[in-house]
Design a protein. Structure first.
Length: 477
């Protein structure tokens, strides 16, 4: 059975690259069968925070990437890490190193001054056994170093194919520090063995860690998992994704009005292709289409514009009822209405959503477009005024005439209002647009909106006529 894990460090929030790694692990087990496990790598006590751990949970839950077993906290596994390090000593795969960090630094500087690459010279591995015992008995601090064997280390990577490292390029690395805490590679291997991980899927910045981890598996006599190293994510400038490319934490996109299913769809295409030029997918479709054959070796490009486009696609696919709670919460957060006010106008809000979602890419777009329908008064866009209300006297006459026509209609229904205004345009000898555009600015303050008769219907007779009155007053002053 497949067992995959996502293992973030709680030293910051759930970022885009980490979320993509979590998604690929999750899609793998949902497609091929197995368990998706979550491990919080909180051994860095100085930088790990409760807030970051909570942010990781929140981000995964928002995306719907539910894990299958209890969360593992790496910091709680210290006794197992130390036991595995002792096992390496007992088996002769590791040795005690009494060199202090200052001594190592001094030797590194000497090597650099001589223009040589520094590599630990195994001097502590050459100490006689009785001398090692004497130093340990005297309480002298020591780290535990892994003895790198001769030869080379290879594995068949699911993404990159066969990767080989000459062991001579890898120095004897520390597995346990002098304070008996494990280094990253030791803790990871110890945990992955204990969790019975069968495939380690992670970013390809971890490729250089893999030969060391494979050596540790072999020395501990444990079954080796498969490895899959995913391509890095770059910004549109081709550089490694960082904070300069805009929002980085998944939660930031949530607050920008991005839908979780759109975020998942977008992230899935960063390093994976379902084939057949398919782009827009629901989560069940992603699970069905996922295959390791579609994983790419090339760096993926994170394009915020593509994410917005993708979000727009998913927004238009969603039922108005599904969007209702999201839009309602966003309108309340924006201070445009109270929850009670919106709940009292449920059908009206559903109609508004239907009208606005086709012109929106995010929930925030819907909120921005909803302002004219919820605000007491509108502010006029200067460009709209300059373009549509150039002739102030003529516009006052036109809007006053439109107001009288609308005030006289029997029923406040789009077809009735349209017939009345088109007849008025005909009588004036102008195209209907000459009436509709100045009216649009009066009602919304903008040059672009939903269809003018839908706008009138949603505003209602009293508010629409009051808006025209406000526009006339504005133009007269």
């Amino acid at each position: 059975m497949h067992r995959l894990r996502f293992a973030p460090s709680p030293t910051g929030y759930l970022h885009v690259g980490s979320a993509r790694t979590a998604l690929f692990n999750w899609l793998f087990v949902r497609h091929y069968g197995g368990q998706f496990l979550l491990r919080i790598e909180d051994t860095d006590k100085a930088r790990s925070t409760e807030a970051s751990t909570h942010g990781i949970y929140e981000g995964l839950e928002w995306l719907g990437l539910q894990w299958d077993e209890d969360v593992v906290h790496q910091g709680a596994n210290l006794p197992q890490h130390q036991a595995d390090a002792r096992l390496l000593l007992e088996r002769g795969a590791a040795y005690r190193c009494f060199c202090t960090p200052d001594e190592i630094d001094a030797r590194r500087r000497e090597a650099e001054a001589a223009g040589e690459a520094f590599k630990y010279d195994r001097r502590c591995d050459r100490l006689p056994a009785d001398e090692v015992a004497r130093r340990v008995a005297s309480g002298m601090p020591f780290a535990v170093r892994f003895r790198v064997p001769d030869g080379e280390t290879s594995w068949d990577d699911v993404v990159h194919g066969v990767i080989t490292f000459p062991n001579k390029d890898i120095e004897d690395f520390v597995v346990l520090r002098s304070d008996a805490t494990p280094v990253y590679n030791m803790a990871v291997v110890s945990d992955d063995i204990a969790m019975q991980i069968t495939l380690v899927m992670r970013g390809d910045d971890h490729i250089s860690n893999t030969p060391k981890q494979i050596m540790l598996y072999d020395a501990l006599g444990a079954a080796l998992p498969q490895f899959a190293h995913l391509p890095m994510i770059h910004g549109v400038d081709g550089k490694k994704l960082s904070k300069r490319h805009g929002a980085m934490a998944v939660g930031d996109y949530r607050h920008m009005g991005i839908l979780p299913q759109a975020m998942l769809n977008f992230l899935a295409l960063l390093g994976w292709s379902p084939g057949n030029d398919i782009e827009v997918m629901t989560v069940p479709q992603m699970i069905e289409l996922f295959s390791t054959d579609g994983l790419s070796k090339k760096a993926a490009i994170f394009d915020p514009k593509k994410l917005e486009w993708m979000n727009g696609q998913h927004l238009s696919l969603l039922a108005n009822e599904t969007l209702l709670p999201l839009v309602q919460a966003a309108l309340v957060d924006a201070g445009l209405a109270t929850r009670e006010q919106l709940e009292g106008r449920r059908d009206w809000l559903l109609t508004l959503i239907e009208l606005l979602k086709v012109r929106s890419r995010t929930i925030d777009d819907i909120v921005r477009q909803a302002i004219p329908y919820l605000a007491e008064r509108v502010s006029y866009d200067p460009e709209a005024v300059a373009k549509q209300w150039k002739d102030r006297v003529g516009t006052v006459d036109l809007l006053s005439s439109v107001r009288n026509t609308l005030a006289a209609v029997d029923t406040w229904e789009p077809p009735v209002m349209e017939e009345a205004l088109r007849l008025q345009a005909e009588q004036r000898g102008v195209g209907a647009g000459k009436l509709f555009q100045p009216l649009r600015v009066a009602l919304t303050g903008l040059t672009v909106s939903a269809g003018i008769f839908d706008v009138l219907a949603l505003l209602g007779r009293d508010r629409a006529l009051a808006r025209i009155d406000d526009a006339v007053k504005f133009l007269r002053t």
